[in-house]
Design a protein around this ligand. Sequence first.
Ligand code: LMR
Length: 396
Amino acid sequence: MFEKVEAAPKDAILGLTEAFKADPRAEKINLSVGVYQDENGKTPLLECVKEAERRLAAAPTTKSYLPISGLADYCRAVAELAFGAEAEPLSRKRVAWAQTPGGTGALRVAADFIHANFPQATVWMSEPTWPNHPQIFAAAGVPTKSYAYFDAKTNALNLEGMLADVGKMQAGDVILLHGCCHNPTGIDPTPEQWKKIANAVYARGVLPLLDFAYQGFADGIEEDTAGLKAFVRPGAEMLVCSSFSKNFSLYRERVGALFAVAPSAEAAESVQSQINKVVRSNYSNPPGHGAEVVATILGDESLRKQWEGEVATMRNRINGMRSELVKALKDHGVPGDYSFIQRQRGMFSFSGLTKPQVERLRDEYAIYVVGSGRINVAGLTSCNIDRVAECIGKVL
Ligand code: LMR
């Protein structure tokens, strides 16, 4: 049977890191996968994480199974981080939740939940979006369509086009939005635009699903909840998929969460039972360590302060690299106005590089960026930025 199996295409993002690792050229630079690197090109283990791990190691409890929906202290803490400690959906107990293996796990649980409970629903995604989004929903058997999002001419949000496409959605469809730090464009709606989008989505009877993977990487941990909070209204429903890979630098621990905001506590109980059913048949119950680390940090005032500082350090370094890149491109005489790079938020910059230019960067200069032209700004350092700018100039 296996001889008839055809090789699958390489993953658009993770496949590039495999190719990067195999590249023997010493001058190679990886700006593909969305992983934060510090000034020395290393992905840090945060100090607050090290301290939480020390505490957990000193007070071992058990490695028995967690409940299907995960560690309750963790779910509550990360729900408060996303919605706010005083949020009405939390106090009214109308939020069902699950600790999931990363944000991808949350998206897959959401996709299976949608497929099982709303078989007529189409999930609408921004054009462009994270390449794994369509794959996850396709794997769950959920039909997908795209809505307008990015205006390449102005390097800004195409709000008019987006709202026009919301008008084409059916009641009962789902709109997948990026809570902040849109991946790949780095273009987020303003708080006023978020309100308009939420009004249009709810007026149409469409269910919002927010992929919230970069909280704290745009303007601040609290500031970055503006989009999500635009959808929090009395009785209103929504899904949120959170990831703590980036903001706790816990990538390989696979720490995420799914929240389903139901109109009432009774509805939330049924939704919880359906989420549990999906989890049980996928991976039974989630892994413990990463969630224990996050719960320890968020539950301790001084560790939490330390974490907020470490997130700010990562955010500020990325934003600093944005300005440096604009300057370096100018210094190398690269024609065009690249000031938009400074306005983009999060790890990524949508550079406008074409596929052949991206290929030349990789083949001739050993610089790896995603095929769409997405550059991981968090992979730039003062040591490599000059060469990156120079080579971008050459391929342009
Ligand atoms: C990315 O977009 O590079 C990250 O979200 C990592 C991934 O899993 O693709």
